[in-house]
Write a protein that binds this ligand. Structure first.
Ligand code: B3K
Ligand code: ZN
Length: 887
């Protein structure tokens, strides 16, 4: 049994007793070990009331301590002691220089935290608490220090050696070695430290900031990937310009570096001046990268760049404040992507993600507010809630204040707190101070978990020409929070007349009163109470309400729309997001009633309205093709599951396939002509219009194969063979494999692998196409693939593609009634718990949602969670997730 790990509480926060003004590091990279010398210039923190006699530093158990000196005096063993996860020095003066020397083993580091090796390169990952695996330190974000870093290594194996800031000196050493010193003038917490060394190649560009600073931009990668860096460079330049224009933020060093590594626990890391990226978020080429991949590169490059202000210049006081930098930065990168591409498409994609993954998290055992009150392992809190819901909360502030006041607020926040480690409260306060708005009630979003549910009803009084909307809010209980106070929710609405035109509404006041200043077509209703009625006068006929336009708040909204209302909104709503939303709602309504029929053994008959609505959309050439593709895509199995009271995996899968088949048969001609109309031989370009065309074409292809006609299989195979880009060839591969054409699938899977076996990122796609295959027999295929050369349990990208591809993206197979999927996942979690706890604990997620299934599945899922629990010494990461989900 695992010893009960300690729970850390926000309420216990105390300022650090000591500060580190200067940090001088020296790394000697040797083949079997690395020696780390740290020289810390320290003093007591004047803001700390206590004056402890001694000093406690963080430090991992695995650090091999060679020596410590205090003000150049060698300490002996009676002067200090090793703690479980640190070092205590019994007596220190008010100001002193502490030097330590330790040995570490990057080549044995499979957790990929601290200093480790990725395919021959050295690299680091320090957020959140990885720096303590490198040396003894005050590894907390409110201790900010100026860093100087010297790296020494073999010159031929490690010609490139990088760290934060600017290079200031370099030279040769004995035995074919060389060294370099980097200095970062900006004080920073240790989590932003980075070191990279290896035989890296780079591309270089240059950017001049609006203030006139010339910045060298360098993107480093392995030689073979050098031709896949241009898109990241262009994205970086676009992001730098955008942040100047939209937020008035300029870059603050002479050099900005990005390094691509293959072994990485997440997407990328915003280390000051030296971002380290998962190759999956930086490499892009038409032959190897899908449209989604290109957009991911653009978004992640921008996200990490934006952190330079929202995260680095102004950082977090403690890790409970994580959403301060992550929620805000996600909001910033989403707006950037919206400006670079199609705003509505970007919003639809974000909301789809939020509503499946984040809503599910908020309804599960790990539910937490965006400002959590406690944690066991902070790595478990890099969640959809902190990131995506955190971004929605910032977006709501933007909606409530308006763009101009929001910008004043962000300017005030950055200037007031530059160089500081602050809290979400400081952010909200700056927004209040700059705008004059009172956000007292709004703060509930920071402390309460769970997804609010809005129930909307309306009445129309023809005699007085009055229309009333009544909105009630509630929020389900979450762990540790049985009841919730009402939230302050901005609900953007419009009212449509019978011609589909927007009615003019008054701006500003929630309650429409006599004084009408300006008239708008979208009004923000501010909901504060459990139940509120909003009245609109001068309304001549009963309108159709368009509710929660642009998804103005992260809530579930229920209004008794008829199917006619929804098809009407699909074609008339002036809000692009809500046109899509109407299609989703229509799809959900139809699918849910068919699921009920299926479970009652009734014959399935598809309501004609769906095909008719789709036909209209397919015929309308004025529509954005990307939106047509989105509208034609039925609500996902994941979304239907999230909405279900009790998830019936098989019913959802069967019914959704049935509807797809019916639609395909009924719309075959239109689908085929749209498919052909979207065909294009131009050279690949990842611009919005081309992406839209490919998206629509591939949605049509998917439907066409659902007709089960041989001629359409031929079409898909032709696309697979002739495509000049990865988007089209991978889409064809995916469709053929998932449609159950087993023979054809085997052939093209083999061809695909032979063609791309030298491109790890493409091979990852190949793994995930197979892992997510809903056809029977996938689990044994996945097990076989684990033995394949293409798989490596130590590489998180491989694990995500194959194992999470199966457990998270293949519900019918994962939830097989013989428990084989559950047992398989538990086995992998137990193995990974030792190798890479962060990846292991992410992988458990599908099992933690057991309460959502029927008793039979519940028992089987719990049994596997229990088996993980009993499997021996668990990491804090896995322990926290498993114990909370069994509680
Ligand atoms: N800040 C990093 C995430 C670090 C995760 C540490 N377990 C990437 C990002 O959000 O930009
Ligand atoms: Zn981030």
């Amino acid at each position: 049994m695992t010893e009960q790990p300690e729970v850390i509480y926000l309420k216990d926060y105390q300022v650090p007793s000591f500060l580190i003004d200067q940090t001088e590091l020296r790394f000697e990279l040797e083949s079997e070990r690395t020696i780390v010398n740290a020289k810390l210039t320290m003093r007591r923190n004047p803001d700390c009331q206590q004056k402890p006699q001694g000093l406690e530093l963080h430090g991992d158990k695995a650090l091999q301590l060679y020596r410590i000196t205090l003000n150049e005096q060698l300490l002996n063993e009676s002067d200090y002691q090793r703690l479980d996860e640190g070092l205590q020095i019994f007596t220190v003066p008010d100001a002193f220089v502490l030097e330590t020397q330790v040995e570490i083993h990057p080549d044995q580091n499979t957790a990929l935290e601290g200093l480790y090796r990725s395919e021959g390169f050295y690299c680091t990952q320090c957020e959140a608490e990885g720096f303590r695996r490198i040396t003894f330190y005050l590894d907390r974000p409110d201790v900010m220090s100026v860093f100087s870093t010297t790296i020494e290594a073999d010159k031929s194996a490690y010609p490139v050696m990088l760290s934060n800031g600017n290079p200031v000196a370099t030279g040769d050493a004995d035995n074919g070695r060389h060294w370099i010193t980097w200095e970062d003038p900006h004080p920073k917490p240790a989590y932003l430290f980075a070191l990279v060394a290896g035989d890296l190649k780079m591309i270089e560009d240059q950017y001049t900031t609006s203030g006139g600073r010339d910045v060298a931009l360098r993107i480093y990668a392995a030689d073979k990937d050098l031709d896949k860096l241009d898109y990241a460079m262009q994205s970086l330049i676009n992001a730098m310009r955008w942040d100047e224009q939209v937020y008035g933020r300029e870059y603050d060093l002479d050099i900005y570096m990005i390094v691509a590594v293959d072994f990485f626990n997440m997407g990328a890391m915003e280390n000051k001046g030296l971002n380290v990226f998962n190759t999956s978020c930086v490499l892009a080429s038409p032959e190897t990268t899908t449209d989604a991949g290109f957009q991911r590169v653009e978004g992640v490059v921008a996200h990490e760049y934006f952190h330079n202000w929202s995260g680095n210049r102004v950082t977090c006081r403690d890790w409970f404040q994580l959403s301060l930098k992550e929620g805000f930065t996600v909001f910033r990168d989403a707006e950037f992507s919206a400006d670079m591409n199609s705003r509505t498409v970007k919003r639809v994609e974000n909301v789809a993600l939020l509503r499946t993954a984040q809503f599910a998290e908020d309804a599960g055992p790990m539910a937490h507010p965006i400002l959590p009150a406690s944690f066991i392992e902070i790595s478990n809190f890099y969640t959809m809630t902190i990131y995506e819901k955190g971004a929605e909360v910032v977006r709501m502030i933007h909606t409530l204040l308006g763009a101009e006041a929001f910008r004043k607020g962000s300017d005030l926040y950055f200037s007031r707190h530059d160089g500081q480690a602050v809290t979400t409260e400081d952010f909200v306060k700056a927004m209040e101070d700059a705008s004059g708005r009172d956000l007292t009630h709004f703060r509930n979003w920071y402390n309460q978990a769970g997804t609010p549910v809005l129930a909307v009803s309306d009445e129309f009084d023809a005699a007085s020409q009055t229309y009333r909307l009544t909105i009630s809010q509630s929020c389900p209980a979450t762990p540790g929070q049985d009841t919730k106070a009402p939230f302050h929710i901005p609900v953007a609405i419009g009212l449509l007349d019978s011609q589909g035109e927007d009615l003019l509404l008054s701006d500003g006041e929630a309650q429409i009163t006599t004084q009408v200043t300006t008239q708008v077509t979208t009004q923000i209703l501010e909901l504060h109470e459990t139940r509120q009625t909003f009245e609109f006068s001068g309304i001549a006929e009963r309108p159709v309400p368009s509710l929660l336009r642009g998804f103005s708040a992260p809530v579930k909204l229920n209004y008794p729309y008829t199917r006619e209302n929804l098809t009407f909104l699909m074609s008339h709503d002036s809000d692009g997001f809500n046109r899509w939303e109407a299609a989703q709602k229509l799809g959900v309504d139809i699918l849910q009633s068919l699921i009920k029929d299926y479970r009652n053994d009734k014959k399935l008959i598809l309501d004609k309205q769906l095909a008719e609505a789709f036909k209209v959309v397919l015929a309308d050439e004025s529509l954005d093709k990307a939106m047509v593709a989105k509208v034609l895509t039925l609500p996902s199995e994941a979304y239907l599951s999230e909405l279900a009271e009790e998830i019936d995996v098989d019913a959802i899968h069967h019914v959704r396939n049935f509807v797809r088949h019916q639609l395909a048969v009924q719309l075959e001609t239109q689908l085929l002509s749209t498919y052909q109309a979207c065909t294009c031989d131009d050279t690949y370009s990842p611009d919005a219009a081309s992406i839209a065309r490919r998206a629509l074409r591939n949605v049509c292809l998917g439907y066409l194969l659902a007709t089960e006609k041989q001629e359409h299989l031929e079409l898909a195979l032709a696309q697979f063979h002739e495509a000049n880009n990865m988007t089209d060839s991978q889409a064809a591969l995916n469709i053929v494999v998932h449609s159950g054409y087993q023979k054809a699938a085997e052939v093209i899977l083999e061809q695909f692998y032979l063609r791309w076996s030298h491109e790890p990122l493409v091979v990852n796609q190949w793994l995930s196409v197979q892992a997510s295959n809903p056809q029977a027999g996938t689990l044994s295929q996945v097990k076989a693939l684990m033995q394949h050369d293409a798989f490596n349990m130590r590489n998180p990208n491989k694990v995500r593609s194959l194992i999470a591809g199966f457990s998270a993206l293949n519900p019918v197979n994962f939830h097989a009634l013989d428990a084989s999927g559950y047992m398989f996942l538990a086995d992998q979690v137990i193995t990974l718990n030792n190798l890479n706890p962060q990846i292991a604990s992410r992988l458990v997620t599908p099992l933690t949602r057991w309460k959502r299934y029927n008793t039979e599945r519940q028992e089987m899922m719990k049994a596997q969670l229990q088996r993980i629990m009993d499997s021996g010494e668990l990491s804090r990461d896995v322990f926290e997730v498993v114990s909370k989900s069994l509680a």
